[in-house]
Design a protein around this ligand. Structure first.
Ligand code: NDP
Length: 333
């Protein structure tokens, strides 16, 4: 599969270029808004053709697919251009700045008959899949609650638009709460109905929130609490699922790498749970390649990305207003 990268980004450099290549992807072009940055990026990563023109890059007949990892406000026009050119699209989260915009991208892809995926890497984690399997197998009985701990310290090299630019989609809610929304949906197989929330700026955010806590109501009655932050150097990440017959503790698993430990606690005692430690982004690429070949769906579909955004934006509205907010999914599938 031959790829265009739109965005000379950190995530492309650190994770996606190796993941694409590990699964047989060939990267033809990287598009940057700066010819100098694009050229440097291309040399550093061995990409033959740097460019600055999205339309030209996506119109290339040699190209099959486009990976979009620019700042969030750019995803919509870039995805629509790629889709109109008939290319499959793997788009970074959050898909867009609004649910309506995100849904319009997914509908455009459906109409054109191309694959559209959201890069929610955590559902590609062996640890998250193992937790989901324990829940599905009934190992903890009826699920009562899910706690998501995703308060981390934003590395210095990422302390740009994320902490000071609402216009580019900054803030911890579009950045991390979207991931947590997808994790909850993935583990529990249901969509949050309404949310209450608080947010604050605790040292990094300038004009955007850098921390959020929220509680989500699920249709089944399961309670979900979720904590995201950019300012917590030593909190560690994790998730816990508690049920009538047991509890699952997954520590350090809200991460980009295949690390962390899972423990199942029941009346029978404590049990360490193993999982396949495969590369999260590589697994997303593998599923995407399969979907583009007509075999199944991507790991996270476009509609998954629309829904995670809907939850995150409801969290922000609830935190801003102090009200309980219903999650509006629009006419999402
Ligand atoms: P970066 O800040 O690294 O890159 C975003 C854009 O900023 C780039 O496209 C680039 O523009 C520009 N840029 C990069 N470096 C510089 C620089 N030195 N000076 C000026 N501008 C620069 O963002 P991330 O890689 O962290 O995030 C990109 C997208 O990926 C976001 O949508 C984010 O939410 C998502 N993401 C997803 C992750 C996941 O696990 N799924 C993890 C991390 C990010 P240009 O392309 O025009 O050169």
């Amino acid at each position: 599969m031959r790829w265009v990268l739109i965005g000379a980004s950190t995530i492309a450099a650190q994770y996606m270029i190796p993941a694409l290549r590990a699964h047989g992807g060939e990267i033809i072009t990287v598009v940057s808004s700066s010819s100098e940055r694009g050229a440097d990026f291309a040399v550093k990563h061995g990409i033959p053709r740097p460019g600055t023109d999205v339309q030209e890059a996506v119109s290339d007949a040699d190209v099959d697919a486009v990976y979009i990892s620019t700042t969030n406000e750019k995803h919509l026009p870039q995805a629509l251009a790629a889709i109109a050119a008939g290319k499959h699209v793997l788009c970074e989260k959050p898909l867009a700045m609004s649910v309506a915009d995100a849904a319009s991208m997914v509908r455009a892809a459906e109409q054109k008959g191309v694959v559209f995926a959201t890069n929610h890497h955590l559902r590609c984690s062996g640890s998250h899949r193992a937790v989901r399997q324990l829940v599905r197998d009934g190992r903890i009985g009826r699920v009562l609650s899910l706690r998501l701990h995703h308060a981390v310290h934003l590395p210095a090299n990422l302390q740009g638009w994320r902490i000071n630019s609402p216009a580019e989609g900054g803030g911890v809610i579009p950045d991390i709460t979207v991931h947590d929304a997808d994790v909850a949906r993935f583990l529990l197989d249901e969509d949050p109905k309404s949310v209450v929330a608080q947010m604050t700026s605790s040292g990094l955010g300038q004009g955007v929130e850098d921390s959020a806590m929220s509680v989500w109501t699920m249709p089944s009655g399961t309670m979900v609490m979720s904590h995201e932050s950019f300012t917590h150097p030593f909190a560690g990440s994790g998730l816990e699922v508690h049920g009538t017959e047991g509890s699952i503790f997954a520590r350090n698993v809200m991460t980009q790498n295949p690390i962390g430990e899972i423990e199942l606690v029941t009346a029978a005692g404590r049990e360490r749970v193993g999982y396949e430690p495969y590369d999260l982004y590589g697994e997303a690429v593998r599923c995407f390649h399969e979907a583009a070949a007509g075999r199944g769906e991507p790991a996270a579909t476009g509609w998954d990305g629309v829904k995670s955004l809907a939850v995150a934006l409801a969290v922000r509205e609830a935190a801003a207003t102090g009200a309980r907010v219903d999650v509006h999914y629009g006419d999402v599938k």
